[in-house]
Design a protein around this ligand. Sequence first.
Ligand code: UD1
Ligand code: MG
Length: 239
Amino acid sequence: MSLEVIILAAGKGSRMQSALPKVLHPLKSKPLIQWVIESAKKLNPRQIHLVVGYGADQVKAVVKDEGIQFASQHEQLGTGHAVAQAMPLVNEHSQALILYGDVPLISAITLNQLLTCATVPSVGLLTVVLDNPKGYGRVLRNSSGEVVAIVEEKDANDEQKLVREVNTGIMTLPASLLKSWLPKLSANNAQGEYYLTDIISIAKEQGIPIHAQQALSAEEVEGVNTLEQLASLEQRLDD
Ligand code: UD1
Ligand code: MG
């Protein structure tokens, strides 16, 4: 099955306190988005789709020579809504891989491992166990250890907040399943957003296996939300 990568990059990145779209901030003088595109290209995808919104023209100008297919998300209504904007141009028979434009150090090795589950219809979910999971979506498992849902921090109860295995946001599944599940998402949650993460409980309901794979390091799945985080990643690349 051919691979199509969907990179989400429509958010403003308010916490960067800068007018520059977040994904254009440089890490080692290379824009964050460029790091992600380079990892994606190592997987030889048939197509890379980039969902742009805030600062779309600036982002497009920076990556214009990369052979990327752009999709516009005019209002940031959530990660599920963002992916939906790219779907009309994603081939029904492909395997979809979703990446975030602000997670620059994701390695092609980890992504290739995640994609090995693509031989049977399933959802591959990249997770990581953190000492401090605050702010992330928590991965919920049943008593048999199977992943059953992801709950966002803002929707989680006290018990769920104790879970330290979190969603990195990176996942892979057949495009046909993604296309059939996205219309089922609702914005009936604490943030009033269409959460991509709700497809995990839909998969479970429909009996589609969910393979949770842990990242090689917490660093490769670290998202950049603030200038401090960016500086700290840069520092660690120097070490
Ligand atoms: C998301 C996940 C959470 C996970 C975390 C990992 C959901 C609902 N939650 O939360 O489970 O632990 O990432 O970092 O998916 N974006 C758009 N359009 C939108 C919203 C977001 O393009 O409407 C893009 C952002 O630019 C960013 C990515 O999607 O690249 C993630 O968005 P963000 O708002 O940071 O999601 P989180 O709340 O951190
Ligand atoms: Mg985030």
